[in-house]
Design a protein around this ligand. Structure first.
Ligand SMILES: NC(=O)c1ccc[n+]([C@@H]2O[C@H](COP(=O)([O-])OP(=O)(O)OC[C@H]3O[C@@H](n4cnc5c(N)ncnc54)[C@H](OP(=O)(O)O)[C@@H]3O)[C@@H](O)[C@H]2O)c1
Length: 247
């Protein structure tokens, strides 16, 4: 199947590592061009060179970020066809322990940053444009150790669904991706805070019996962003090896 990605141009925030990098890699492998971001200038430069992409060091929480990325894409490639919003996840901890400052910081980068990026990029997309948010299985079921994620992700999922309704009439699709446990740096650092018994118990909740590889997530995300998924919008798609217990 041809995904129709050749020469299309995508912005991928948080694309220097993890799920964003895996998605950028899959897009590039299918002939797309990408602009990737991350806050660390060094890691953006290394990953952009590996992908043959444009790299921009910036923070999703910064109101200037969407404008900078749109300008970078236009200057390098002359067009923009879509956006993947990934970003560092909220800090671990229970709802009862999270401070106001942690909620505010996470809201700025994870929530408002994503909404602003999607809104400003959507305004520049034409028929066939596509936006996807990297969310979490916490959209549908709380994760014990991630109270702030449990609070923010379901709201973002409804933002994505609302945008799908608002932008469908102009031919722009909006979807959410719900990773379960994919083997990235973030997952490794969360795992380092749990015991071997806890990790074994978590793996036992995954019907496929293993964490996902970033490339397995990246291929799904690239398909959702691509013209091959032209009738898919307003969907929250788990990429979790069957981990979520309900539909
Ligand atoms: N991996 C999983 O299984 C899983 C499961 C559920 C949900 N998620 C969510 O999916 C998202 C991506 O996870 P991941 O595993 O790919 O994480 P990761 O391996 O830590 O990668 C995060 C990427 O985002 C960049 N980033 C972090 N904060 C940023 C900011 N404020 N502005 C711009 N870029 C930023 C990082 O680069 P810099 O640090 O240089 O900025 C890096 O490129 C997270 O929100 C995570 O909570 C992941």
């Amino acid at each position: 199947m041809d995904l129709g990605l050749r020469d299309r141009v995508y912005l991928v925030t948080g694309g220097s590592k993890g799920l964003g990098f895996a998605t950028a890699s899959a897009l590039v492998a299918e002939g797309a061009r990408v602009v990737i971001t991350g806050r660390s200038e060094e890691s953006v430069a290394v990953s952009a060179a590996e992908l043959g992409a444009v790299g921009v060091a910036c923070d999703n929480a910064d109101p200037g970020t969407p404008g900078r990325l749109l300008a970078a894409a236009r200057e390098a490639y002359g067009r923009v066809d879509g956006l993947l919003v990934s970003v560092g996840g909220p800090p671990p901890g229970s709802v009862t322990a999270a401070t106001d400052e942690q909620w505010r910081d996470a809201f700025e980068s994870v929530f408002l940053g994503a909404v602003r990026l999607a809104r400003e990029v959507a305004a520049q997309l034409g028929e066939g444009g596509s936006i996807a948010f990297v969310l979490s299985s916490s959209v549908r079921a709380p994760i014990g150790t991630l109270g702030i994620s449990n609070g923010l992700r379901p709201g973002l999922a409804m933002v994505a669904k609302s945008m799908a309704n608002e932008l469908g009439p102009v031919g722009v699709r909006v979807n959410g991706l719900l990773p379960g446990r994919i083997a990235t740096d973030r997952m490794a650092s969360l795992d380092a805070q749990s015991t071997p018994d806890q990790r074994t118990a978590t793996l036992a909740t995954i019907p496929l019996g293993r964490p996902g590889e970033p490339a397995e997530f990246g291929r799904v995300a690239a398909f959702v962003l691509s013209p091959a998924a032209s009738y898919l919008t307003g969907v929250m798609l788990p990429v979790d090896g069957g981990m979520l217990p309900g539909l």
